[in-house]
Design a protein around this ligand. Structure first.
Ligand code: BGP
Length: 456
């Protein structure tokens, strides 16, 4: 690893920040989910009130970078106002300044799923180009206000999934029960692409020295057997779940094979000339590819959700268990070589530097000992094997990797909405006053960073 390698950790606003609607924050769809499910997104890990303590702990571990997202509704409470919310801007400036104090680079995601409720109710979120206009304004404000403090930006979290999950940007299924869901998914995805390309271009114009990337969810699949039919099905899976999106993001072109496959699904694609021009503009090109990687899966010819292990694997798409791999409590297969395979495939296709912005092991039932410790050797094992694979990618495969930011470095809410799934180096006592306690992995990771990955 070179000396500039960004060791650190990763979070998102709705899962970590809390702070409710203080300082005029508007409601996002997660505040609405809280009303329906009781899951306390408005408190989460309460980074809002603990940020000084948390950033000091990150510094103690030696973090060089910290990934977080900005809550759109703190900057524009309803998503669309004429002027931004000054108090929200000041809140993030305080955080970025605190990080600077310790030489920790913020890596900031503009959109980690917390769409303003107002934009969903009024425009059906990304279904409408009105939301794209609002997003462009929001992104521009972020670049103008935070450009001197933030040099690494990511556009939309795991946007490749949105094409596969029609509900991703819609949120309330019932509202759309009579819609053509595939078409709806495409319309939302297309508009989210416009948000992405506009943000990249604006970032390059407003902060020329900054680097901006996308964020891909790895859905790496292997063929379940060497049968050519299984290999073909696996290639198709990887194309549809990952490469279709990255092909568009890296070339700015929606190619005819893709369009024809969409037509086969009865999706109508209307391409607009001005959008096409924006997408191929050199300023709209990402500087690096960031990604999340948790597991791999296997694919068989004619795999479908019903005959697959998708449910026990707690996955959104069809897949089978790999008999050579162990799995976590949550059914996710542990495959450190997979992260190296994914990085090789991605780099060899797109030739852009990579950044790992999510990886890690979610576990249940972590119990504080009487001396307030957590002995999480399973997490250390998981991370050690994955960091070793990242190092091999850099040292043996000679692929440029800018950083390693494992997910949920301080315990946070799971995307599926509970406190049970913990990823952190730091334990958060959600039952009491959200006190922080260092796990064994805290001390281990501190040494990994201090030795620049030599001591694992
Ligand atoms: C990714 C999301 C994160 C995070 C992570 C872990 O898909 O970008 O927000 O939650 O998955 O997933 P989970 O919280 O379900 O364990």
């Amino acid at each position: 690893m070179n000396e500039k390698f960004l060791w650190g950790g990763s979070t998102s606003a709705f899962q970590f920040e809390g702070g409710g609607t203080e300082y005029n924050k508007g409601k996002s769809i997660y505040d609405i989910r809280e009303e329906k499910t009781g899951v306390k997104y408005s408190i989460a890990s309460d980074f809002y009130h603990h940020y000084k303590e948390d950033i000091k702990l990150m510094h103690e571990m030696g973090f060089k970078a910290f990934r977080m997202s900005i809550a759109w509704t703190r900057i524009y409470p309803n998503g669309y106002e004429d002027n931004p919310n000054e108090k929200g801007i000041q809140f993030y400036k305080r955080i970025f300044q605190e990080l600077k104090k310790y030489n920790i680079e913020p890596v900031v995601t503009l959109f980690h799923w917390d769409m303003p409720e107002y934009l969903v109710m009024k425009y059906d979120g990304f279904k409408s180009r009105k939301t794209v206009e609002c997003f462009i304004k929001y992104a521009k404000t972020c670049f103008e206000q935070f450009g001197d403090l933030v040099k690494y930006w990511l556009t939309l979290n795991e946007n490749n999934l949105s094409m596969l999950i029609p509900w991703m940007y819609i949120y309330d299924k019932d509202r759309y029960k009579n819609s053509n869901t595939q078409q709806l998914a495409w319309d939302c995805y297309y508009n989210s692409l416009l948000c992405h390309f506009n943000a990249v271009k604006l970032c390059h114009e407003i902060i020329p020295e900054a680097k901006i990337g996308n964020m891909t969810a790895s859905a790496l699949a292997y063929p379940l057997t060497p049968k050519p039919e299984d290999i073909l099905a696996t290639d198709q899976h990887n194309q549809e779940t990952m490469w279709d999106d990255l092909d568009i993001l890296t070339t700015g072109v929606i190619n005819s094979s893709f369009i024809d496959r969409m037509k086969d699904k009865n999706i109508t694609i209307t391409l607009n000339k001005d959008d096409a021009k924006l997408m191929v503009d050199p300023k709209s090109k990402i500087d690096f590819i960031s990604f999340s990687y948790y597991y791999s899966l296997c694919i068989q010819d004619k795999t479908n959700i019903k005959n697959s292990n998708a449910e026990t694997m707690q996955m959104l798409y069809a897949g089978f268990y790999n008999p050579y791999l162990k799995k976590t409590d949550f059914g996710w297969q542990i495959d450190p070589i997979g992260i190296r395979i994914f990085m090789n495939m991605t780099y060899n296709k797109y030739h852009l530097p990579l950044m790992v912005v999510e990886n890690g092991m979610g576990t249940e039932n972590e119990i504080l000992t009487s001396d307030y410790r957590i002995h999480d050797d399973y997490r250390i094992d998981y991370l050690r094997s994955h960091i070793r694979a990242v190092k091999e990618t850099v040292d043996i495969d000679h692929i440029p990797v800018w950083g390693y930011l494992p997910w949920g470095c301080i315990d946070l809410l799971s995307a599926s909405g509970n406190y049970k799934k913990r990823y952190g180096f730091i334990y958060v006592d959600f039952e009491h006053k959200l006190e922080r306690y260092k796990k064994d992995s805290f001390y281990w990771y501190k040494n990994v960073i201090a030795s620049n990955g030599k001591e694992l």
